[in-house]
Design a protein around this ligand. Structure first.
Ligand SMILES: NC(=O)c1ccc[n+]([C@@H]2O[C@H](COP(=O)([O-])OP(=O)(O)OC[C@H]3O[C@@H](n4cnc5c(N)ncnc54)[C@H](OP(=O)(O)O)[C@@H]3O)[C@@H](O)[C@H]2O)c1
Length: 400
């Protein structure tokens, strides 16, 4: 929901970026068309959301029923938790701010988890952990820059050397570059949003899969954070530019802008679409993991839409006017706002709540903060596309 508006507002505001001192609010469309259509959009999205989880999903049979679990259940002892007294180790990427930090805090304060904060800015992460009050013995900061595959490999080596058994991996970090006119690139030359959000996490989770397999933690989980904006079965996901991976020709070409497009579908660069495409990749990857490994390993693979967390650093690339108005707009107009704390509890639930241990699920929460198994869009649940994405991604990150 959040980026539904993020998609409406930035595209109107960014047009006026160069002339913002002359642009009235009316001119930007923020309080005019965009808001009124957004209100309708919000209402319709809720309707669609309710209908969508009632429908049966054909291609992903696991995404069917709905369950409800209240958000604060994370600190209730799991029945299987009785088998072991030791803490679970959870790696959270991008735990230096926003959702990742709030999740680290929610898990850390249960005393049952040791959080490995996998962050690109060591000092920022250390300061964030301290100021949010996570007890020293409940976290470790380790360097990880997902925009460099070397850094991903280095992180995995360092983690393995730490000797910590791995109970859960949370692929949370992301970049969102909606106002970028030109593409940026990772160390290996992939377009930055897909390179970081998808390819960096793809390599990380593949390299850590054996650690999850080998760990004797009773309920092992690999979670990849998704988004409503990648799901075109919602109104939010239908706000242009829509996610669309096409036939993945740009990805197959390396997303480098030299001999291939920087966009997965082979089209012109669009920063907002690149983010949405990367989220589709995240959700497809989770399901491909589930199909390949759940039965054999018992690991739970899951994704989620945590809600609209309008205050996080995700919107840092937006113009100041957007950043000023987006949180109150979500809070008081759309009422789709979720605090970082609440979103952190939701993700922590997906990491540790025994009620959310089902694999292959894309979790969402209703207005009462009860979780339910949501349905993914046709593209985000396309098993053939997931397989193709997996195989191309393997080649790009050097696993094949
Ligand atoms: N905010 C929302 O409304 C919303 C809605 C749906 C889904 N989500 C998802 O929630 C997740 C977290 O987003 P957020 O809203 O919490 O945004 P955020 O506050 O900007 O957090 C993003 C995190 O990713 C880290 N990061 C960025 N590039 C990285 C890299 N190359 N290597 C390692 N870490 C990197 C950032 O590190 P630095 O601190 O160093 O910048 C930051 O810690 C994302 O997957 C996003 O798609 C958010």
């Amino acid at each position: 929901m959040s980026l539904q508006t993020a998609s409406i507002i930035p595209s109107t505001i960014s047009i006026y970026k160069e002339e913002k001192s002359n642009a009235s609010l009316k001119e930007t469309g923020f309080f005019g068309v965009a808001i009124s259509s957004h209100l309708k959009a919000e209402f319709n999205t809720l309707q669609i959301g309710r209908q969508s989880f009632r429908r049966k999903e054909v291609s992903i049979p696991t995404i069917k029923a709905q369950t409800a679990a209240a958000t604060p259940a994370i600190d209730q002892p799991a029945p299987e938790g009785k088998k072991t007294e030791r803490k679970g180790n959870v790696i959270i990427t991008g735990a230096s701010s926003g959702l990742g930090l709030a999740t680290a805090k929610a898990l850390g304060e249960t005393g049952k988890w040791h959080v490995v904060m996998a962050c690109r800015n060591f000092l920022k992460a250390e300061r964030a952990a301290k100021s949010s009050g996570i007890h020293k013995e409940n976290y470790t900061v380790m360097h990880l820059d997902l925009s460099s595959l070397d850094s991903v490999r280095q992180f995995v080596d360092n983690f393995k050397r730490s000797g910590r058994p791995l109970a859960a991996l949370v692929c949370n970090a992301a970049v969102y570059l909606p106002t970028a006119k030109e593409p940026s690139f990772t160390a290996e030359g992939f377009e930055l949003s897909v390179g970081t959000n998808h390819l960096g996490h793809f390599l990380l989770s593949r390299l850590l899969l054996d650690d999850l397999k080998q760990s004797d933690y009773p309920s092992k989980r690999l979670i990849i954070v998704g988004s409503i904006t990648g799901n075109t079965n919602t109104l939010a996901g239908n706000v242009p530019p829509k996610a669309n991976l096409g036939d993945l020709r740009g990805l197959a070409g390396g997303l480098n802008g030299l001999n291939s497009s920087t966009m997965i579908d082979g089209g012109e660069f669009d920063g907002a679409k690149a983010y949405k495409d990367s989220k589709v990749c995240n959700m497809l990857t989770m399901q491909e993991f589930h199909r390949r490994y759940h039965e054999e390993t018992g690991i739970t693979f899951a994704s989620l839409y945590p809600g609209c967390i309008a205050t996080t650093g995700l919107f840092r690339e937006h113009i100041p006017l957007f950043r000023l108005l987006f949180p109150p707009f979500q809070k008081y107009v759309t009422k789709g706002y979720v605090s970082e704390e609440e979103a952190g509890k939701r993700l922590a639930q997906v990491v540790s709540d025994p009620n959310l241990s089902k694999s292959g699920v894309y979790w969402s929460w209703n207005k009462n903060s009860s979780s339910f198994e949501n349905q993914l869009s046709k593209e985000a649940s396309d098993a053939e596309k997931a397989l193709k994405l997996w195989e191309i991604s393997e080649k790009l990150v050097g696993l094949n």
